[in-house]
Write a protein that binds this ligand. Sequence first.
Ligand code: ARG
Length: 544
Amino acid sequence: MSYVSELSQRFEAAAGVDPELRPATKPQFGHFQTSVALRLAKSEGKPPREVAQRIIDTVDVADLCEPLELAGPGFINIRLTEKAIADGVSAVLADPRHGVPEAAEPQRVVIDYSAPNVAKSMHVGHLRSTIIGDAFNRILTALGHTVIPQNHIGDWGTQFGQLVEQILEEGIDAGELTLAEADALYKRASAHFKADEEFATRARKRVVALQAGDEQTLQIWRQLMAVSKDSFNEAYERLGVKLVDEDLAGESTYNDDLPVVVAELEQSGAAVVDDGALCIFNEGFNAPLIIRKSDGGYGYATTDLAAVRRRVGPLHANRLIYVTDVRQAGHFAQVFAAARKADYLPESVQAQHVGYGMVLGPDGRPYKTREGKALPLTALLDSAEEQVARPIALAAIKYADLSNGINKDYVFDLVRMVATTGDTGPYLQYAHARICQVLRKAEAEQIHVGDKVLELPEPAEQALALLITRFGEVVSEVADTLQPHRLCGYLYELAGAVARFYEACPVIKSEGLVRESRLALCVAARDALAEGLDMLGIEAPDRM
Ligand code: ARG
């Protein structure tokens, strides 16, 4: 546990309320401050300094802190002892997990992310889902949970009727298509569908044939799948994300489950027929969730219910996380409510939708190509790699994606994103590489502080040390809140503390235990940066 949490708990025990510890504004005020006495004084009708003194007399922190100070109108200044700080860093250094806790109750967590659509190029939206989901995967895995990625690709539905029909009409060999060509074909097919009633009828019949397992139709569908999968995998490899073929569980996975789901829902009474359609009515929503349309077809929601049923059932998930565009928030709220009603999602299983905002172009509008199409992922990656080498380009893109609060839109401003100054991925990579360089110079890759108590007298090294002891807690918080920007913010703060530490504390030129202590701090800071970046899916090279 970090000192902030430890001290917070002890002060809460003495004061009866959360002390809301703040980092001290100046080194002479110690490390933390609390104004809890001022708050309590109001409710108790007593002078604040008297309340503060009472807390100082009762709180049990003598093993960690210098004598507490009563300041001004009733603030309490808290200064950790140098020994406590040194012990904290030593504990992190001795821990192969760098202070990242092992979950007390490991869970099985399904993360539904990436999920591009077959025969369509991945666009910037899928980029966000892929990057965010990959970070969740890494963070939860690091905490000891079992993550089951589910790549719910769009590989089924009426659009395949149009696609197959268009392929047959044009006499195309679907096995020879590139994804870009399939994408163009998709557009021709849907335009054709809208303009030509006779084609539309054929396309609809083709859907029925596909569902009935017609061999010629399935054959073309499989070819489209193969082309798409190859190109998705290429993108995943290029992005350095962990998704592989075994994680694919596209919409078609649930085809055989759909009639079973419908039967179960009808039997339990969770779903009822309304105006010819089978619906689930959930409280608090102004429209029902349609399970089976009046023409007998199933939709996106039915597949998602079947997916919940499988994920909680055979996959034994304790937690479900879905990463999509914020615009799907309503859809998932309905699906979760329906799944609870249908008993597919017991209260003991948490279900969360994480909705991300849009990627905006330099003009502040949704990022589009010059022709007004959604920007394909490859174009975006290409433009970043024109500026800098791949690991840096990826750091720039991923960090920009994760550091802002996921639900917000962000402007894809390459020049700002690849800068090595400011709150960017490359800046953190650089901070890490610089520590590595210091350690190389000191030839101190392996620090053996052993039982020695580190000597950390300077405020700048104490501030760095305290941040280092917070790492594990920040990771846990991100796993709970699903807000990776908190980890980004922490790493940025850490990099800043490292820079202030270099300024105030010579490392290589110092001597004896001071030198060893400072090198030990460098090692711990390097590890936290490297681990933290890795959890965000960002590489941390040793040299830059
Ligand atoms: N394929 C969908 C899209 O491109 C995302 C699917 C998300 N996952 C899900 N279980 N519905 O928008």
